[in-house]
Every structure is written in C-alpha cells, then in structure tokens.
Design a protein around this ligand. Structure first.
Ligand code: PLP
Length: 380
C-alpha cells in the first residue's frame, strides 16, 4: 500500500489486511476450494477451538454473522416472545435488532460519558424501576463499544442481584481484557462478529458465540442448524446460521496476528492521545485494569461537520459511529422511556472516529496528527 504523504488516508481499510497477507490467504482459499467441503467442516472446527483457546473460553461456535451470534446467545438463554432484554441505546443497531429477532422487547439504558459503555447506575435504576412495576428482565447485554470493555464487575454484580444472565456484545472488542480476562468470557455467553472491518475480520460475513457452559454450547450448535441434534432431525425451532469453511480458514490465518494488530492500534491511539492532550477535547479513556483494543478512536469535537470537511480537505477520512442512537430510529422509539438517556443524547452530535487500523502505520498516523493540529487551530 502506498504511504505517500499525499495519498488519501481512509478511516478503515480491510483491503490492506488482505494485501498484507495475500500469499497465505490465497493459498488457504485454494486449499479449501480443492478439498470440496464448504460448510461446517474441519476448518470451522479448528477455528472454533483456536478462537476459544485464544479467549480462554471452553467453547466457541461459529455462526453466520455477529447479529445472529447475539440472537442465538439470547435464545440459548431462553429469550422468547415478550421477554425484556436490557442493553444500551448507543450501539450498532445490530445489538437491538438481534433482541427483536428472537421476539424480545429491548429496554435501553444510558452510557457512561467517558467510556461510552453501559452505565451500571443507569442499569441498576432501570432494573429497580422494572422490578417495582412487576416486570421481569430475561437478559442484560453490555456492549464493549469501540474496543473498550464495559464495566463488567459492576454490571455482573447488578445483574447478580436479580439473577439475570449477561450476554456480552464483543463485536468491537476481540482480545480486549478486563482484570486480565478477555471480554466474552465473563458473562454467560459472548457474541463476536467477523465483519471485515472488525479487529478480527473475515472477507465476508461471520460470527461466533463463546461460552464456558457445555449445555449452552450444545444449544447454540443445535440452533445454528435447524434445531438439529442429529442430522435431519429437528428437536427445536432453529435457524440456518453457519460459518463457512473459506471464512474460517482465512480467520485461522489472521487469528495468530490479532494481538499484534491490537498492539498496532494501541500505538496509533497513543500517538493521537499525545497529539490531542491539552486541546480540552474529550478523548478515549482506558478504564483501570482494562486493555482497550481501539476498534475505533473516538473524540468529541464542536462543529463536527466543519471538522470533518476540513480533515477531508487535507485527505483524511473520518466516520461517525453512530449518527443516531438506536432509540432515535423509527422502529425503536418505544424502547426508550424507562430511564433517562441524556448522556447518549448529549455526546451524539459531537462524536467522530479518526482513522485507525493495524496497517495504517507510523507515517500515515503522523500525517493524521499534523492534519488534526491544523484543523483544530482553525476550528477551536
Ligand atoms: C458489527 C456489530 C454487530 C453485528 O455484527 P454483524 O456481523 O455485522 O452482524 C453487533 N454489535 C456491534 C456492537 C457491532 O459493532
């Protein structure tokens, strides 16, 4: 890839992941094609074992995408029509769509404005209010947004008071840790996406559900394929959501480099933080005892549109994750109302994501810093 200082700097670039490992990935693809088994074969089995071992989980089950991973995790916890599931409004719509898909009623709580992840106080207030109205909650879904672990110790303790299982949405946090444990291993189940731009990304759709429980693992395995226990014999209503052999084989090439990739993301984050410290802007924080994996590096700026067009004018692309909170979108308006979502609504018009991905490299990250300095001197 060109590191010409005048070439455009994209906000993310899955193509560069491919280019970096082209030979290994091409060879792997050819081997899978020649073998003649394309769905749920040895590559998927091997990837499931390797991914579980990497995270320190007992079981990983490969599925079609991250949204399905959340849906199947919820169904394994028994979520069905009319069951309430609590999550945040500041997340990818996928989190909430997955709750709806299994018939659940999403209930949205607020975030901590420093980490952008579930605020345990807001969760606690929400559960207290629902409880005193005699309404039960089936599952709680914290999201490790932007690669930052949600406050799992507090969330698990609040959940424990009501005996509610926790499903972690880990779609943006492959390899992030809290108290030395990888996210996805602290709740009853963890759901991962391998969408191409994620920290561990495939070249198409893919996802996985992680768990320590053999019972939950076998439920997920059955649900991902028509509720089969035995081939062609359904025991429950299942769906078709399978990781394919080509994606699994390519993920096996990339998994051993995940920690390195996350390290590269962290050094880019460090450069940005050094550059921006002293501007007074809100920067990402790494909670104590946590390892943030910077799926995104999100700052808050005044006059965001101007900021973005000044950056773009200098060849630096930015993105917004996300332009609207979930409860501000038509199908999900009624999911709000149990607690205040003021932090979510307050940060939303200001957030912007800077370029970050492992192959960005020192030279281009330095260029982003220069352009940032110039842009902010105009803007602030
Ligand atoms: C990407 C993402 C998902 C969904 O993953 P898909 O593989 O696109 O279905 C779910 N939650 C969050 C937070 C995500 O970023």
């Amino acid at each position: 890839m060109s590191t010409d200082r005048h070439a455009r700097i994209p906000q993310t670039s899955p193509l560069e992941t491919y280019v970096e490992r082209r030979d290994a990935l091409d060879a792997t693809l050819r081997a899978v094609l020649a073998k003649g088994i394309y769905i749920l074969g040895d590559e998927v089995k091997a990837f499931e074992q390797e991914f579980a071992a990497f995270l320190g989980a007992q079981y990983a089950i490969g599925v079609g995408n991250g949204t399905d991973a959340i849906e199947l995790a919820l169904r394994a916890c028994g979520v069905e029509d009319g069951d309430r599931v609590v999550t945040v409004s500041h997340t990818a719509v996928a989190t909430v769509a997955a709750i709806r898909r299994c018939g659940g009623i999403p209930v949205l709580v607020d975030i901590d404005p420093a980490t952008y992840t579930m605020d345990p106080e807001s969760l606690s207030l929400c559960l207290r209010r629902l409880d005193s109205a005699g309404k039960k909650v089936k599952v709680i879904v914290p999201v490790h947004l932007y690669g930052c672990p949600a406050d799992m110790p507090s969330i698990l303790s609040v959940a424990g008071r009501y005996d509610i299982p926790v499903v972690e949405d880990c779609a943006q946090a492959h390899g992030a840790t809290q108290g030395g444990r990888r996210v996805g291993t602290m709740g009853a189940l963890g759901a991962f996406s391998f969408y191409p731009t994620k920290n561990l990304g495939a070249f198409g759709d893919g996802g996985a559900v992680l768990t320590q429980s053999g019972e939950l693992a076998s439920k997920i395995k059955s649900l991902r394929q028509y509720g089969w226990r035995q081939r062609y014999i359904s025991e429950t209503d299942g769906i078709n959501s399978r990781l394919d052999e080509m994606q699994a084989a390519m993920l096996r090439v990339l998994l051993p480099e995940l920690d390195e990739g996350n390290k590269a993301r962290r050094s880019i984050a460090e450069m940005y933080t050094r550059q921006l410290r002293g501007t007074g802007l809100a920067l990402p924080v790494e909670p104590v005892d946590c390892r943030h994996v910077y799926h995104q590096y999100v700052i808050r700026v005044p006059r965001r549109d101007t900021f973005r067009s000044l950056m773009a004018g200098q060849g630096v692309d930015t993105a917004i994750h996300y332009p609207l909170a979930v409860h501000q979108q038509a199908p999900y308006r009624e999911c709000a109302g149990t607690v205040s979502l003021e932090n979510t609504e307050r940060i939303l018009p200001e957030i912007v994501s800077l370029p970050i991905y492992p192959q960005l490299g020192f030279i281009r990250a330095t260029r982003v810093c220069e352009v940032l300095a110039e842009t902010l001197s105009t803007l602030l």
